[in-house]
Design a binder for this molecule. Sequence first.
Ligand SMILES: CN(C)C(=N)NCCC[C@H](N)C(=O)O
Length: 294
Amino acid sequence: MSATPAAAAVESETNGRVQQHRRYLMCRPEHFTVSYSINPWMEPSRPTDTNLALQQWQSLYDTYTELGHEIELIDPVEGLPDMVYTANGGFVIDGVAYGPKFRFRERADEAPAFIDWFAASGFEVAEPVEVNEGEGDFLLVGNTILAGTGFRSTGDSHREVGEVFSREVVSLTLTDPRFYHLDTAIAVLDPVEGPGGVEKANIAYLPNAFDERSQAILRERYPDAIRVSDADGAVFGLNSASDGKNVIISPRAKGFEAQLRERGYTPVLVDLSELLLGGGGIKCCTLELRGGTR
Ligand SMILES: CN(C)C(=N)NCCC[C@H](N)C(=O)O
């Protein structure tokens, strides 16, 4: 595998969109259920189907591997049904893994499991002091870290993540409880870095998920961003994964699918309806591993 993102870019180019190689951490939802409620999507009285969750998760896994991406797996732990949402298990850049510290007691025991996995897999671990939920609230856009707060990760964790990675951090405040993590309200489309630094970096976002100050920041920084409708946001359309060309999205996000096509991206539809019962979608089940030993 190529060491630099630029060298990892796939040669073929369609409509100017270049596919980049990705390495992701995922966790099979063997113990998936909804036994508690820590977000508005979770209703413990509603039955869940673990086999269906496994099938849907497998289709996401297969989609990634068919696109040529590399998947690492962390063992699921009984009693930790939310561990399938690996995006909350850390934030990784250049082989350094900033560990999570979960907001709710129900998820607290996931933190040592993820931190142990990073350490055993050759990553340098930065232990957190502040409450943060990893790539659920931290998104790397070019060289900048967009950091969410309001429901889960604290403002202090924004300072901490900036110190760990020595990068600019832009704090954004989420205001709608349905969109409690930043990756429910922003999708990073073009995280492309080349030898000369960032070559392009664009996002899609749901304006109404943010307070006024954050909306103004997003408008100014990303004038070409795709702004998605409330309807597409409400089906977790933005909770998606892009390799710069293919964007894996929910089949329910029809408007976003059309917007992506207009911009030359290739939407790839994967239905994770069962995992949505836990309040997570495609991006939540996907933690990007940048750098490291491979
Ligand atoms: C964008 N989202 C939502 C995520 N990255 N993670 C999903 C976490 C779901 C879990 N039940 C929770 O409420 O923490």
